[in-house]
Design a protein around this ligand. Structure first.
Ligand SMILES: [Zn+2]
Length: 484
């Protein structure tokens, strides 16, 4: 029997705001523990939360870009549970009236494009962070850092429309790209800006009923999501094939053993007793505000890809790679503004420069070569000042030092020799020095051209223009044939 996986994903994205969602504490990365807190985000009695308008706006942008309907009047609710990282004893979230609902995100699959439905998009606050044992320098204790308490999160919940790990990966990539282009989240996985929970069930292929689902919590990277979901699909299929049943439960992913394992706590049977947050007024979202947000939505990655093909004459593949993130797209367009050779600039970006970034584990945001410098390098090749081979060396130097290509070229004396008379003299010399090779060439060994060009390059310290050297060698040898 063949089984079909049924996967749904919940994504928590940390929003890019200056301050927390209900208090004025700044959102900062790596502040000393418990230094960015106040009575509000610590849940002291008698304090009143005030909604951060920017956090609401970023959630609205996300909901609109995910093609959601918008609730014009929404409320916040208390999700009640006890855990040490939750000082209030409840989390302010949204359940019954989320900001956005019934949207979709289109992904590319092996069999074409597919819409994954979005159940809802809502705004909530983050919890504090537990730091256990070794990580905090004391294996016998656990610690809590409340700096993260009250940081705004946008939660995006998909419908269980995902039917393979490949589709799941596409969904995550596309969603991250969307959030980056919308500029609503930095999406830095290593900082926990994106966190996932997956629900997984399997059913016989061709049936429509849903199997018993298992939730997997605390997934903090694409790799963890894919690994956990794949392992869970296999576990469930194995159980069913043995004639056993899947238990509804909450699991955690064990990266080391590559297995999903049941959570030890009783968190599975939660009743969060949601009720409206009495300290916050209902939020009214006007048509004017929505229209204004719609008008200021940036170009999506897909729109940008199409434009790059149309305007810059790139292939679809090149355009897709050059619009993968806002940073790479911005780099490309800045470079092209400095020197209009989109093909050349695209090739150098996706080839040698991408290679250098990978080697040094940098990305386009931290690239030591500026768009202007890359444009200058491509221009130097274009006007034949330097050869492609020289350019590779220059780029490596630019990457290591951040200096401009023109400076490096003149300092290293790398300027290519395109002076015909000079190169011709060298060619004649080389030919005179190798009479046997000339005789062999004239008797039909055409491949010796490469040998002569190599000798000319050697004699000029690699600086002769290779195309020019090639042409002059051929001309000189052929003139020997007619004269002999
Ligand atoms: Zn605070």
């Amino acid at each position: 029997m063949v089984f079909q996986p049924v996967i749904g994903l919940e994504v928590h994205a940390e929003l890019k705001t200056k301050s927390k969602v209900f208090c004025p504490c700044p959102v900062v990365w790596k502040a000393p523990p418990n230094t960015v807190t106040c009575p509000i985000c610590m849940g002291f009695p008698g304090v009143l939360p005030v909604l951060n308008r920017k956090a609401l706006e970023l959630t609205l942008r996300t909901a609109i870009a995910l093609n959601c309907h918008i609730h014009h009047q929404t409320i916040f609710e208390r999700k009640n549970y006890y855990y040490p990282d939750l000082p209030k004893g409840y989390q302010i979230s949204q359940k019954r009236i989320p900001i956005g609902f019934q949207g979709w995100l289109e992904i590319a699959t092996a069999s074409g494009r597919k819409k994954i439905r979005i159940h809802d998009v809502h705004l909530e606050e983050d919890t504090g962070k537990s730091v256990h044992g070794e990580e905090a320098g004391d294996p016998s204790a656990s610690f809590i850092d409340y700096n993260r308490s009250g940081v705004p999160l946008c939660e995006i919940i998909s419908e269980p429309d995902i039917h393979s790990v490949e589709e799941l990966e596409q969904f995550m990539i596309k969603l991250r790209q969307l959030l980056l282009f919308l500029d609503v989240s930095e999406c830095r996985m290593e900082r926990g800006h994106l966190r996932f929970e997956a629900s997984v069930s399997v059913r016989p292929q061709g049936t429509n009923t849903l199997g018993t689902r298992v939730e997997i919590k605390n997934l903090n990277s694409f790799r963890a999501v894919s690994g956990a979901v794949q392992a869970e699909i296999e576990r469930q299929i194995a159980l069913l094939k043995e004639g056993r049943s899947v238990q509804q439960q909450t699991m955690l992913w064990n990266e080391a053993s590559k297995r999903t394992e049941p959570m030890r706590t009783k968190e599975t049977a939660h009743d969060y007793r949601y009720f409206p947050e009495p300290d916050l007024v209902p939020v009214l979202i006007s048509d004017e505000w929505l229209a204004q947000i719609r008008q200021t939505l940036p170009e999506t990655a897909d729109e940008k890809t199409l434009r790059f093909v149309r305007v810059y004459g790139l292939s679809e593949k090149e355009a897709e790679l050059l619009t993968a993130t806002p940073a790479v797209a911005h780099f490309f367009e800045s470079a092209v503004r400095h020197f209009h050779d989109p093909k050349g600039i695209g090739n150098w970006m996706l080839g040698d420069l991408q290679g250098l970034l990978n080697e040094s584990q940098k990305d386009w945001e931290t690239c030591p070569v500026s768009p202007e410098s890359l444009a200058q390098l491509v221009q130097l090749i274009d006007d034949q000042t330097i050869s492609v081979r020289m350019a590779k060396e220059v780029l490596r130097e630019m990457f290591a030092t951040g200096r401009a290509p023109k400076t490096i070229v003149s300092e290293k004396g790398l300027v290519q020799i395109a002076d015909q008379d000079y190169v011709r003299k060298v060619v004649i010399q080389v030919i005179n020095n190798h009479p046997h090779a000339v005789a062999d060439y004239l008797s039909g060994k055409d491949k010796l051209i490469g040998f002569f060009v190599g000798q000319v390059m050697k004699a000029t310290g690699g600086k002769a223009n290779p195309q020019l050297a090639n042409r002059l060698v051929r001309e000189a040898l052929e003139s020997r044939r007619t004269s002999s």
